[in-house]
Design a protein around this ligand. Structure first.
Ligand SMILES: Nc1ncnc2c1ncn2[C@@H]1O[C@H](COP(=O)(O)OP(=O)(O)OP(=O)(O)O)[C@@H](O)[C@H]1O
Ligand SMILES: [Mg+2]
Length: 399
């Protein structure tokens, strides 16, 4: 079929042609945000799930919807090795600029921007990755103690007051939250908690890998009361079918039932894979329907493409010891595994391989679904490893 008309959208954060099966998450996030804007009690949402389930897409959808309803928002992606102040400062600056365009909250806006200046000045010394400039004369004594907990609370509260005065609410959207260092995450939660207790219309909606559950609980035990942790999983069967069928139907193209069965089986209904299979099936089909032969051929193409890119780039980020660990997991089969079993497979003690497991968790490659268990954050990663198992690691590096 004409690739120019191919509607499918595989890719990180690419808006799918049909955002299937997520209406209830979108609605509950909107209700929580509207309540917070109105000074009512609500838990903002934290979306968590494996790679490629559609967290970023959902975060973007929730953000665009709330902007349509008059909220002020900023969107941040936490990179792996940057401090929270370094990513927050430019975002909060842009928030204050957006609030200033409303031309209402003059008083609190001035205070909030002085706080931000003080905050930047004090933390620039402590964190050496803050690139934003500050005025040395403005905001002396405001949010500039150098203590992140205290300063961030002051700053968040003053921005909350500016939002309240502007009769709006301010929401920051943080993606890849698992990469925020635990102590800094604790400061952020404490600041939002304080704003929440003061009924200020400021909150966070975030997304990340499943490790954020444990990380946030460890950072602050009350995180669970402040936020609603919403799992984002593979799609239900009907939603997965809609994700494939509806975009094609809009172009007067149908899927044969066997083609749908093949794609649902191979992708296990993971959204990113559905887009990949949809794209390949479309490109392969001739005429006005996508057949089971097209879907089977799409499986071959999609897998070889994923092996060369999606899975491969993640594998390449691992050290030799980490590679041994993930291979041991793959050899044990799909699903999660007891850390003891992985260690045994490697012929080592649990404590001897604990460091490797921890670094894999920090890199976002694996997580712990239950105490002592380990699973991949990338769906179907075990399949990739098994396909490459017969090839020694040094030869894989050369592929
Ligand atoms: N509800 C959905 N229906 C159909 N396709 C979807 C849906 N959600 C996401 N997708 C598709 O899945 C792919 C991955 O989405 P997204 O980047 O949001 O996942 P993610 O969970 O943020 O992944 P990562 O953890 O790697 O950042 C995109 O190609 C997107 O179009
Ligand atoms: Mg994402």
């Amino acid at each position: 079929m004409d690739p120019r008309r191919n509607p499918y959208a595989p890719g990180a954060g690419s808006r799918p042609p049909e955002l299937a099966g997520r209406d209830s998450i979108i609605e509950s996030a909107a209700i929580a945000l509207d309540r917070i804007r109105n000074g009512l009690n609500a838990q903002s949402v934290i979306l968590y799930g494996l790679r490629g389930v559609g967290k970023t897409v959902l975060l973007n959808k929730i953000r665009l919807d709330c902007e349509d309803r008059g909220f002020i928002s900023v969107s941040i992606e936490a990179p792996e090795a940057k401090s929270l102040p370094a990513i927050l400062i430019p975002a909060l600056r842009s928030a204050l600029l957006k609030l200033s365009r409303l031309h209402v909250a003059k008083h609190w806006l001035k205070i909030a921007s002085d706080h931000l200046n003080g905050f930047t000045r004090a933390l620039k010394i402590k964190y050496n990755d803050i690139e934003v400039a500050f005025d040395p004369k403005i905001g002396l004594g405001l949010a500039d103690s150098g203590d992140l907990d205290y300063d961030l609370t002051e700053l968040i509260k003053s921005i909350g007051r500016a939002a309240l005065e502007s009769k709006t609410a301010f929401v920051f959207f943080i993606d890849e939250l698992q990469y925020v260092e635990e102590g800094q995450l604790a400061s952020l939660i404490a600041a939002l908690h304080s704003a929440n207790q003061n009924q200020l219309p400021i909150t966070m909606v975030a997304a990340g890998l499943p490790q954020i559950l444990g990380k946030m609980g460890k950072a602050k035990s009350y995180a669970e009361r402040l936020f609603k942790f919403v799992p984002v999983d593979k799609l239900e069967t009907d939603a997965a079918k809609s994700a494939l069928i509806i975009p094609a139907k809009k172009e007067n193209i149908n899927f044969d039932a066997e083609a749908i069965d093949e794609i649902l089986k191979e992708t296990q209904r993971y959204p990113y894979f559905l887009q990949e299979w949809g794209k390949h099936s479309w490109d392969l089909a001739v005429g006005s329907s996508i057949t089971s032969a097209d879907a089977k051929q799409a499986t071959k193409l999609a897998i070889s493409e994923l092996d060369a890119s999606f899975f491969r780039v993640r594998f390449d980020r691992l050290t030799p010891k980490e590679k041994d660990y993930v291979y041991a997991m793959a050899e044990l089969g799909a699903g999660s595994h007891r850390s003891g079993d992985v260690a045994e497979k490697l012929g080592k003690g649990v404590s001897a391989v604990a460091v490797v497991r921890n670094s894999l968790i920090l890199k976002g490659m694996v997580y712990s679904p239950a105490h002592g268990d380990t699973a991949f954050t990338v769906p179907l990663f075990d399949g990739f490893l098994k396909r490459t198992l017969s090839v020694p690691v040094n030869e894989i590096d050369a592929i």
